[in-house]
Design a protein around this ligand. Structure first.
Ligand SMILES: Cc1cc2nc3c(=O)[nH]c(=O)nc-3n(C[C@H](O)[C@H](O)[C@H](O)COP(=O)(O)O)c2cc1C
Length: 396
């Protein structure tokens, strides 16, 4: 088999994965106005699971409505009315023998300026400086956020409670785990970062205190979900900002998270103020940061932004990372994993790094892909219909 190292099964926490290829979290904003699953959300995940990945990490999903993206189509699991749709998503992913994990978010934090009132650990606004955005997202340059409202202790505690309630819902839906979203300058990352967290209470004031919120979410999620439930953590290796989180900080954080029982680290990089690192114009940009973290921990490390099958296989074979998560490559071609497994490399429709997927999304349209016209319209493609249910029901 071509690139057989990619198709070696492995354990993620206690969950067996059939291969080392994941669908990275990719927020498509196609949920309904309340954040509930639509047919489009469901068929989008059928397409990627059917394509042969061993793990699907469902896009950033809001644990609370207020600080998420109300009305924008961002996915949510903040109410029981969201259970039915998310159960369908978990079932559809499992039908293709892929593990299903949800990236669970606290909301956008100080970067919420586009849609709602920015909030955060401290009242420090953000600014998207000239030269910080990648191709396709240059229109963000010059954007400045309003002064975020500093959250009170009671408001942070409420956020934690809502997060735990969301975890319980995901367990009930049958998901295999969650990925705590601590990356990209959103709410939880704001607490981790010395740039945005200047508090002087139990949620800030020192390196350890900036971790309080993350550790509370981790411990409380573990308590309600149990040891078999996978709990990962996504973090930006380096925020690439003066005064921001550095790779050295991230290595320390990853070690602490490992000690505290996190099952994997998913490396990303940058924030909205340094997006050219998060959505690079070429592949392999994030790998050095992931490699550094991998050397510091024993748990699996997931890395995005490697597109070429040969490079993906090398990264896994040489143990630079454990799993490669594909985001834009699987928008361009959901069948990437099956084609690699079957040696049909030449048939892969490649991502061209135009970032049209992001540019359309951030301008309020459905995400579009220059090389794959089916992106955003999977619900109309017969082969992406959810497979028939295997049983009439199961006790929940
Ligand atoms: C349209 C789009 C939406 C994304 N949404 C998320 C998200 O919800 N959560 C997240 O952590 N990263 C998100 N990302 C970042 C990807 O997971 C990934 O880290 C990044 O695109 C680099 O990997 P790639 O080169 O394979 O695309 C998104 C990327 C794209 C293109």
């Amino acid at each position: 088999m071509a690139y057989s190292e990619l198709f070696e099964p492995m354990l993620l926490g206690k969950k067996k994965l059939k291969n080392r290829i994941a669908f990275a979290p990719v927020g498509m904003c196609t949920a309904d106005a309340e954040g509930r699953v639509t047919d489009q959300v469901l068929c989008h995940y059928v397409a990627r699971a059917k394509g042969g990945v061993g793990l699907v990490i469902v896009e950033h999903t809001m644990s609370n409505y207020r600080y998420g993206l109300p009305g924008t189509g961002a996915l949510g699991i903040h109410a029981d009315t969201h259970l039915a749709g998310m159960l369908d998503v978990a079932d559809a992913i499992h039908a293709f023998d892929a593990a299903a994990i949800v990236q669970l978010s606290l909301g956008l934090g100080r970067q919420a300026a586009l849609h709602l009132e920015p909030v955060g650990p401290s009242a420090i606004p953000f600014e998207v400086r000239e030269g910080s955005a990648p191709r396709g997202l240059k229109f963000f340059e010059g954007l400045t956020g309003g002064r975020p409202k500093k959250l009170s202790i009671a408001e942070i505690e409420e956020l934690e409670d809502l997060y735990v309630a969301a975890v319980i819902r995901l367990v009930r839906c049958g998901f295999d785990g969650i990925e705590i979203h601590g990356a990209h300058g959103y709410m939880l990352a704001n607490f981790l970062s010395p740039l945005s967290n200047r508090r002087r209470d139990r949620y800030g004031g020192s390196f350890d205190k900036r971790l309080t919120l993350a550790l509370n979410l981790l411990r409380r999620s573990r308590e309600v979900a149990g040891d078999d439930f996978v709990i990962g953590f996504r973090i930006s290796g380096d925020e690439h900002l003066p005064g921001g989180l550095t790779l050295e900080d991230t290595v320390k954080i990853a070690r602490i998270l490992e000690e505290e029982g996190v099952d994997y680290i998913s490396l990303s990089t940058g924030t909205m103020e340094s997006w050219k690192y998060t959505f690079p114009e070429k592949e392999g940009v994030i790998l050095p940061e992931a490699e550094t973290v991998k050397k510091a921990v024993r748990i699996p490390v997931i890395c995005p932004n490697i597109h070429d099958p040969k490079k993906v296989a090398q990264a896994v074979k040489n143990k630079k990372v454990d799993i490669v998560a594909l985001a834009r490559p699987l928008l361009a071609d959901p069948q990437w994993p099956n084609k690699v497994r079957e040696g049909r490399i030449d048939e892969i429709q490649k991502c061209i790094f135009c970032n049209n997927c992001l540019s359309t999304l951030f301008q309020g349209f459905t995400s579009r892909c220059t090389v794959n016209p089916n992106v955003g319209r999977e619900r109309f493609v017969p082969e992406y219909a959810p497979p028939p249910r295997k049983s009439r029901g199961r006790p929940i």
